[in-house]
Design a protein around this ligand. Structure first.
Ligand SMILES: [Cu+2]
Length: 156
């Protein structure tokens, strides 16, 4: 290879690199989700229980805040995002319009805290069962999770 063709080769490569760099933001936009969802489960419910709850960890490694705006499933009539607050010495659940997952942060949905409430269950949730739960996010689209039904893990 002579010097001239080596030089053209290098210029070509530079051009390709520039195109690749220009493409990176576009690829970023098309990505379905950059969130990491882990440890999701639903508690088994006793016969006759009206509502169920789903817990999980949502990690946002991105540089922009993300918002969980809602969820859908076939196992109940309606799904709400709840927070648990202490009011006059009593723990109460309150529905949230959306749940913020701050940039570079982790939000834990756990018993006594944030959770996804399954309102008016069509049938009890039995240990060992799995059902689909679709989570809707503001920027990352939707994600369907296969949620296992199991008791809380004892961590202490
Ligand atoms: Cu609740």
């Amino acid at each position: 290879m002579n010097t001239k063709s080596m030089l053209t080769n290098r210029i070509k490569h530079k051009g390709l690199l520039a195109i690749l760099i220009a493409l990176i933001p576009m690829i970023g936009c098309q990505e379905v989700t950059t969130l990491s969802l882990a440890g999701f489960y639903a508690r088994p419910t006793p016969p006759g229980a009206v509502n169920g709850a789903v817990f999980m960890l949502i990690q946002n490694p991105g540089e922009e805040a993300e918002y969980l705006t809602g969820a859908e499933t076939d196992v109940c009539e309606r799904v709400e995002i709840h927070e648990t607050v202490l009011e006059d010495g009593t723990m109460r659940m309150r529905p949230l319009e959306q749940l913020e997952i701050p940039a570079g942060d982790l939000v834990e949905l756990k018993p006594g805290g944030y959770h996804i409430m399954l309102i008016n269950l069509k049938a009890p949730l039995k240990e060992g069962d799995t059902f689909d739960l679709k989570l809707n996010f503001q920027n990352n689209g939707s994600q369907v999770l296969p949620v296992p039904v199991r008791p809380d893990e004892i961590t202490e």
